[in-house]
Design a protein around this ligand. Structure first.
Ligand code: ADP
Ligand code: MG
Length: 302
């Protein structure tokens, strides 16, 4: 076996894939530049370390289930003057993730709530944190299914474990008693231990209608807002601006109801309505004892 063949086999056995793939380049470069032994070894090991880091980041990004990949770069802050840029720059430092505090984006459709949440999740992943993104609709459907199938504890770990969890589009559908109780359990489990980013088209005063009960909403908001930053975006829809520029729509009259994606109908369909039925005014709800819904072991952040 030649020296090169032995090298190749050894790299294969050690699973140093990036060095193996670049071996002839690395040797050729070394022959030309004549680095010291230490420099050559460092370059070679860095090749492997960098390749591993980008593989790891790719895997983390996939696990996060981001709906798309967007960063802060293309975000035009001048289009959205209500956003406090200093507040956003502070969030970008990710201190809020280190401190396990929360960020809440409130505003009408199309103003960049999802974009900024995705950009923060992406930045957190780049910084080595675990992150997960889900819409409120999918969160409720998933945990509702898990409850019916008696595997809520196991499923809950998916939403409790990551250091940063984004729940997008809170407020399009109200939660039923079990849903609201699980949400309360979840917020409590993450309290001061893991960060939450929420986006919503509803102001805090309207959250009673999401959770069906003002007392439950207050208990949830109390934990959620204790360590948190709220970014109120009261600007114009960016999607509309682009469509208007393309000449697809005219004046403001045509714009009402814009931005409700087909995934999130304004009125829930019949099945969803039955499962997460909104309360009639004055109706009282009996919330189950939280401890009987999710066991403490399922609420451990690691
Ligand atoms: P929301 O979640 O508030 O409904 P999105 O974040 O989905 O809005 O934004 C809608 C679209 O417009 C996305 O493609 C987003 O990237 C883009 N967008 C929104 N605001 C801006 C902005 N200020 N600069 C650049 N793109 C923006
Ligand atoms: Mg959105």
């Amino acid at each position: 076996m030649t020296l090169l063949e032995q090298l190749d086999t050894t790299l294969e056995n050690l699973e140093l894939k990036a060095v193996q793939a670049r071996l002839s380049n690395l040797l050729e470069q070394a022959a030309q530049q004549e680095p010291s032994y230490a420099e050559f070894l460092l370059d070679t090991l860095k090749t492997e370390a960098e390749a591993r880091r980008s593989r790891y980041l790719r895997a983390r990004l996939q696990l996060a289930h981001l709906p798309y990949l967007k960063t802060f770069d293309p975000f035009d802050f001048s289009f959205q003057p209500p956003i406090d840029e200093r507040q956003m720059r502070e969030l970008q430092t990710l201190r809020f993730v280190h401190e396990a505090s929360n960020a809440i984006f409130l505003g009408p459709p199309g103003v960049g709530k999802t974009h900024l949440s995705v950009a923060l999740a992406e930045a957190a992943i780049q910084a080595g944190f675990g992150a997960y993104f889900i819409t409120a609709h999918d969160w409720v459907a998933d945990l509702g299914r898990a409850t019916r199938e008696n595997r809520l504890d196991r499923r809950m770990r998916v939403y409790v474990a990551p250091k940063l969890l984004v729940i997008d589009e809170m407020g399009y559908l109200p939660l039923d008693e079990i849903g609201a109780t699980i949400f309360f359990q979840w917020v409590s489990a993450r309290y001061e231990r893991g960060s939450i980013i929420l986006t919503s088209n509803k102001s805090y005063s309207e959250w009673g209608s999401i959770f069906g009960d003002p007392i439950m909403a207050t208990a949830i908001l109390d934990r959620l807002l204790h360590h948190s930053t709220t970014i109120n975006i009261r600007g114009e829809s960016y999607r509309l601006k682009e469509r208007r520029r393309a000449g697809l729509i005219g004046g403001r009259e045509q714009e009402r109801g814009e931005g409700l994606s087909p995934r999130t109908p304004l009125r829930p369909n019949r099945a969803a309505k039955r499962r997460w039925a909104p309360l009639r005014p004055g109706q009282r709800r009996n919330f189950p004892n939280p401890a009987s819904v999710v066991s403490p072991a399922a609420l451990y952040i690691y």
